[in-house]
Design a protein around this ligand. Structure first.
Ligand SMILES: [Zn+2]
Ligand SMILES: [Zn+2]
Length: 114
């Protein structure tokens, strides 16, 4: 089976100082205070970085969103309902939000990790 994976988005912005510790776990390779979009490369629409899950089932998660050149805005978004359709343990649930730009998370490749 050939897997085509899309490069992770290159969008980045500055995180407010009080938010940086929350966002930092996704940006080990970036200088402190910078965050990077977690979506696959997308042509338009805001960039997004995951912040935290909300308690309870199907309550969605907190995401920080921004347009190039604008500050971060926090938003609560429902989870993406997509699954990759693979059987058993190979099944993956998309870890993005419903209606995200670009492909689902299993098709996104971080060029900075092996
Ligand atoms: Zn992006
Ligand atoms: Zn998805």
């Amino acid at each position: 089976m050939t897997v085509t994976r899309v490069r992770m988005c290159d969008g980045w912005t500055y995180a407010p100082a009080r938010l940086a510790p929350l966002l930092g776990e996704h940006a080990e390779d970036l200088p402190p205070g910078l965050v990077r979009c977690e979506l696959g490369a997308h042509a338009s629409g805001p960039h997004h970085v995951y912040v935290a899950d909300l308690d309870g089932r199907e309550t969605g998660a907190i995401w920080a969103a921004w347009q190039s050149g604008d500050p971060l805005a926090l938003t609560v978004l429902p989870d993406c309902p997509c699954k990759n359709g693979q059987p058993g343990v190979q099944e993956e649930v998309c870890c993005f939000f419903a209606g995200h730009s670009g492909p689902c998370s299993w098709d996104v490749r971080d060029p900075r990790s092996p």
